[in-house]
Design a protein around this ligand. Structure first.
Ligand SMILES: Cc1ncc(COP(=O)(O)O)c(C=O)c1O
Length: 388
């Protein structure tokens, strides 16, 4: 019989055991963990907003006015003004008719795909899509097809197959604009053109592009000039926006369908009003000169990294976002490399299967506008001494 203990032993024997670690500071570059000072290169707080006074104040005054918990699902208890405000702010930011706030990006993916597609429909995903998108597709019970990462030819052949197989069904193409573990970008213009030819919907997860790419951080679809043709713009409030929660921006009828069918929205307590208020404050900040400057600082740090990192670790032109993977392959070696960096004072996580494919374990470095040039330079100096 497979016991819990034997299952854990098996995970451990494959160098895949995860254990909780703790840091003892808010999100900021200088942190400590088990009393060891570390510079944090693991957070998705790309703009340093998670502990920024602007967001702290927005959350505090929201708590003073609205309390902490939202009480129930919005369909049961009614939403609070910060929820409605956030949805207006998101729709204006992403230039869509409407938006819906979820308690996390994971919940947004699960609820949206489950609401949009069923057994008569087809969902076509990029192979490197985030677990939340894969789980949402599975939960929908739609027919699932996967295309190799960014492979437009295979995407098109799946679309052709889907149109023939379910002539009256709904086809949903799902991808990310910036990929969470590789940091590269999807060719969104081409994907939009292809999905339009087959009358498919496109769900684009901008979790790692919002706040980072495009004017005011509106994302890659906006930067590429195709946002109005992306049917569903998804993302999280927990990364560059420094708060917590997820969102889906789309045409009003799509949002109305989600309100009626997205189970992670209907059957879950509404997000904390303070989290919604903090996210609204982040969106407002992004659209100020100081917000633009913060985004520019992030890109300066990315430029610093590209300049200073050892060439052997960084294929030419490979850095397209604030996420920089250093592919190691072997799970044990990746864990040892992360531990070595930890001993040198850097918090850089090793990412292993099943988050990435077997044998493609890696270090995942994330940069933030809150890092200083010196902090980035010191990481690069350590990386140049890293033996792989
Ligand atoms: C691409 C992508 N989509 C969705 C999510 C889920 O967002 P959240 O953390 O808000 O649940 C994440 C990360 O966590 C992600 O990287």
């Amino acid at each position: 019989m497979r016991t819990i203990e034997s299952q854990l032993a098996d995970i451990r024997s494959r160098a895949l055991l995860r254990q909780l670690r703790h840091i003892d500071t808010p999100q900021q570059p200088r942190t400590t963990s088990d009393a060891r000072p570390l510079i944090n290169f693991s957070s998705n707080d790309y703009l340093g907003l998670a502990s920024d006074p602007i967001l702290r104040e927005a959350a505090k005054s929201s708590i003073d006015q609205w309390g902490v918990g939202a009480g129930a699902s919005r369909l049961v208890c009614g939403g609070l003004p910060p929820h409605a405000q956030l949805e207006r702010d998101l729709a204006a930011f992403k230039r869509t008719d409407a938006a819906l706030a979820f308690s996390s990006g994971y919940a947004a993916a699960l609820g949206t795909l489950g609401a949009l597609a069923g057994p008569e429909d087809v969902i076509i995903l990029d192979k490197l899509s985030h677990a939340s998108l894969i789980d949402g597709a599975r939960l929908s019970r739609a027919n699932i097809r996967v295309f190799p990462h960014n492979h437009l030819g295979k995407l098109e052949s799946h679309l052709r197959w889907a149109r023939e197989t379910v002539p009256d069904g709904r086809i949903v193409v799902v991808t990310e604009s910036v990929f969470s573990m590789d940091g590269d970008r999807a060719p969104v213009e081409e994907i939009v053109a292809i999905k339009n030819r087959y009358g498919a919907l496109l769900l684009l997860d901008e979790a790692h592009a919002t706040g980072v790419i495009g004017e005011h951080g509106r994302g890659l679809a906006d930067k590429s000039g195709v946002a109005s043709m992306v049917d569903l713009q998804m993302g999280t409030l927990g990364k560059a926006l420094g708060s917590a929660g997820g969102y889906l921006c789309a045409r009003r009828p799509i949002i109305d369908l989600l309100i009626n069918r997205a189970r992670s929205f209907i059957y879950s307590t509404a997000p904390l009003p303070a989290a919604a208020s903090a996210a609204s404050a982040a969106l407002a900040f992004l659209q100020t000169p100081a917000g633009r400057e913060r985004q520019e600082t992030l890109w300066q740090r990315i430029g610093d990294f590209i300049r200073e990192a050892p060439d052997r670790l960084l294929p030419e032109g490979s850095v397209r976002s604030a996420i920089i993977p250093i592919i190691i392959g072997d799970e044990d070696k990746a864990t040892a490399a992360a531990q070595w960096l930890r001993e040198k004072g850097f918090l850089v996580p090793a990412i292993r299967y099943p988050t990435v494919g077997r044998g493609s374990a890696r270090l995942r470095i994330t940069l933030s506008a809150a890092h200083t040039q010196d902090q980035v330079a010191s990481l690069c100096a350590a990386l140049s001494r890293l033996e792989l």
